[in-house]
Write a protein of this length. Structure first.
Length: 286
């Protein structure tokens, strides 16, 4: 095995140096899996992943979850395109979110590969939801451990809602609203026992969490907004600056992310593959 190195990334996650993701050995994959389970967010630089090698890499971590709403790569349907053209105003994923919490078995993780970058800007922000949970008081943690929350995609991807109201997104970059209309909103524990690390994680997010189970949205919002504000405290956010060859691999159960939309007039193209997850268990269940 080549000598791999772990370097903490400011704010959250780690950078893994010394691996070629197009042909990782079994030992190197184990190293990446361990870092991923521990930190929930791993970055790589100077990679040369083709579409096919990104698909092969993702398949080593689990079955690929083909996104129902994002435009797919014309030749590789496993790859969701995250593109912003120079004349488009909206970036996909500008708000803080985690992918697929609206599914009954939320996706494990997503691998994002930079294909075309603006000459400046277009960074991605991340936060660790392990860290966000750990910073809360014991009293609030205990209250949250007893709660569940309802998540939904309808207000984002559904007919006449969210992205479908945005002219430069609807039907071009995001589509299939009927699939969102039909989703049955899942209920997930607010504090989960992370399936890989066994640690407690706060599992709500501003995009898809609608309300606490048994509470109205109005009743839920003050507490949800408090949690969101805590999660993105300035000293705890990670700003990932993309370079040609950069790859980010995040765990959707342990992080949030948000795309910075600050490169108007320039093109950005990213290729995202999302990997299947599993049902989420409450923290108290171990
Ligand atoms: C995403 O939300 O999956 C994409 C993030 C980005 O484009 O930086």
């Amino acid at each position: 095995m080549r000598q791999l190195e772990l370097r903490p990334h400011p704010g959250a996650g780690v950078e893994i140096l010394g691996v070629d993701l197009a042909q990782p050995s079994d030992e190197e994959l184990k190293f990446i899996q361990n870092a991923y389970a521990e930190h929930g967010l791993v970055f790589f630089r100077d990679q040369s992943l083709t579409e096919q090698s990104q698909i092969e890499l993702a398949g080593k971590f689990g079955p690929i979850n083909v996104n129902r709403f994002f435009a797919a790569h014309p030749d590789y349907p496993e790859i969701a395109l995250v593109v912003k053209e120079p004349d488009q105003l909206t970036a996909i994923g500008e708000g803080w979110h985690t992918d697929h919490s609206y599914d009954q078995d939320p996706a494990m993780g997503s691998i994002l590969v930079a294909k075309e970058l603006p000459s400046s800007g277009g960074d991605t922000w991340f936060v660790s939801m392990y860290d966000a949970f750990n910073r809360l008081s014991e009293g609030l943690k205990q209250t949250l451990r007893g709660l569940k929350a309802v998540h939904s995609a309808r207000h984002i991807f559904g007919t006449g809602q969210g992205y479908t109201q945005t002219a430069d997104v609807a039907g071009q970059r995001i589509g299939n609203p009927a699939a969102a209309d039909e989703l049955i909103d899942p209920v997930h524990p607010v504090v989960i026992r992370h399936p890989l690390s066994g640690k407690e994680v706060l599992y709500v997010n501003p995009a898809f969490t609608r309300h606490f189970e048994g509470w109205t949205r109005e009743e839920s919002l003050p507490l949800l907004e408090y949690l969101y504000q805590q999660a993105v405290e300035e000293d705890h956010v990670c700003r990932f600056r993309w370079e040609p060859g950069s790859v980010a691999f995040w765990d959707n159960r342990a992080t949030w992310h948000a795309a910075q939309n600050d490169y108007q007039g320039m093109r950005r193209e990213m290729h995202r593959i999302t990997i299947d997850g599993c049902p989420l268990e409450a923290a108290g269940s171990l």
